[in-house]
Design a protein around this ligand. Structure first.
Ligand code: 7PJ
Length: 283
């Protein structure tokens, strides 16, 4: 595989180097924060949070307006656009940061890319009708993620014969579909989808093999930040336990050559990347 293209993620207007893992900071724009009179305050808070994450070392900001947690209700196109679009516009006006938007909706994809988003992060792997075409038309970058089932039911009874092989086969297939639809390979990253239709054992197998999941030579995005898998693993819930697990995983992922680490705790994650990179240096 061409190492130059494998070390880059290109959007229509800007690119990010993945020569060392890029830290992607999560920005949730939740329904409550945008209701009624709180709109302007919420927009300012979202912008401020983004700028803090950039200052702390985020190379990508991932804006999400659809809750994808297990059991979450679906959201209309209008509601999703109302939450996400003003944030994309405001952040683009203030910064040249690589902007990612978490969505599966073709109309949202079209609108946010027109407003300056560089990347679409789709937990459904761009399988919804029109989603892949919208990304291709916008010349945006994309993260295609594996999920077994749908958010509402995915944790009921996840089942695989060989989780690493099956997730890899799905990601290979989606990279091929993206390329066949006209997406340039340097626009694609793949994600095994930790916690999306996976038990603790499945998540651990995927984390162990995270360096080998790069479908068709494309970099891997890892999203384990604060996830319940760590509460299960440590048999102890609480933010501290979840953050500790996330940071250990970030250290491991850097050693394994992961391209992007999606996280809430940007400064701490950037420190793990820094330490691991120093230990990997020869001589
Ligand atoms: C992921 C995501 C992930 C990608 C969420 C949460 C749940 N996108 N969106 N990968 N997780 N690409 O952050 O706990 O793992 S939402």
């Amino acid at each position: 595989m061409n190492s130059n293209s494998a070390n880059m993620l290109a959007g229509a207007r800007r690119a990010v180097s993945l020569a060392e893992p890029a830290v992607m900071g999560v920005l949730n724009v939740t329904p409550d924060s945008f209701s009624d009179g709180g709109r302007y305050v919420a927009l300012e808070a979202a912008l401020e949070r983004s700028l803090v994450m950039i200052e702390q070392g985020a190379a990508i900001i991932d804006i999400g307006g659809e809750s994808t947690r297990p059991g979450a209700a679906p959201v209309s196109t209008e509601a999703e656009l109302e939450r996400v679009l003003p944030v994309v516009e405001a952040l683009r006006a203030r910064s040249e940061i690589f902007i990612s938007v978490d969505t599966s909706n073709p109309a949202v994809i079209q609108a946010v890319c027109a407003a300056g988003a560089d990347m679409i992060n789709d937990i459904r792997g761009l399988v919804r009708p029109g989603a892949l075409e919208a990304v291709v038309a916008a010349e945006a970058a994309a993260c295609v993620m594996h999920m077994q089932g749908e958010p509402a039911t995915m944790q009921t009874a996840p089942s695989y014969t060989d989780v690493v092989a099956e997730v890899r086969a799905f990601l290979d297939d989606r990279v091929r579909a993206c390329c066949a639809a006209g997406m340039a390979p340097e626009r694609i990253v793949v994600d095994p989808g930790f916690g999306f239709g996976k038990t603790l054992e499945h998540n651990m197998a995927l984390l162990r093999g995270v360096g080998e999941l790069g479908a068709a030579g494309r970099p891997v995005l890892m999203g384990v930040s604060r996830k319940s898998m760590f509460a299960r693993l440590f048999e102890l819930d609480g933010l501290g336990a979840r953050i500790n697990g996330s940071l250990g995983a970030a250290f491991w992922a850097t050693l394994q050559g992961v391209g992007i680490i999606r996280c809430h705790d940007v400064r701490e994650t950037a420190q793990m990347v820094c330490l691991a990179r120093h230990l990997m240096q020869q001589g």
